[in-house]
Ligand binder design. Structure first.
Ligand code: ZN
Length: 72
C-alpha cells in the first residue's frame, strides 16, 4: 500500500500497489507513477533511506511517498 497526497484534491489517498503504473530508478530515489483515485496519474518519489526512517517510527505503516511533481 502507498499513502499519497493528491495534488489535485489535496487529500491523502491510500492506494494499492497495483495502482503503481511505472517505477523508474534514479540514483537518489525511485519515481513512482501512481494512478490516483481522482483519475489522474501522479508521480511520487521514494527511497530506501527515507523508507527506513518511516519504518523506525511506525513498523507496518503504509509508506508515504513525496510528490515529485513532474511527469514520468
Ligand atoms: Zn489525484
Amino acid at each position: 500500500m502507498l499513502l499519497i497526497t493528491c495534488p489535485v484534491t489535496r487529500t491523502d489517498e491510500l492506494v494499492s500497489d497495483r495502482r503503481i503504473r511505472s517505477v523508474t530508478n534514479h540514483p537518489t530515489h525511485i519515481a513512482l507513477a501512481v494512478e490516483c483515485p481522482c483519475g489522474q496519474v501522479h508521480v511520487y518519489r521514494t527511497g530506501r533511506r527515507w523508507e527506513d526512517a518511516v519504518a523506525q517510527r511506525a513498523a507496518g505503516a503504509p509508506v508515504r511517498a513525496a510528490e515529485v511533481g513532474v511527469a514520468a
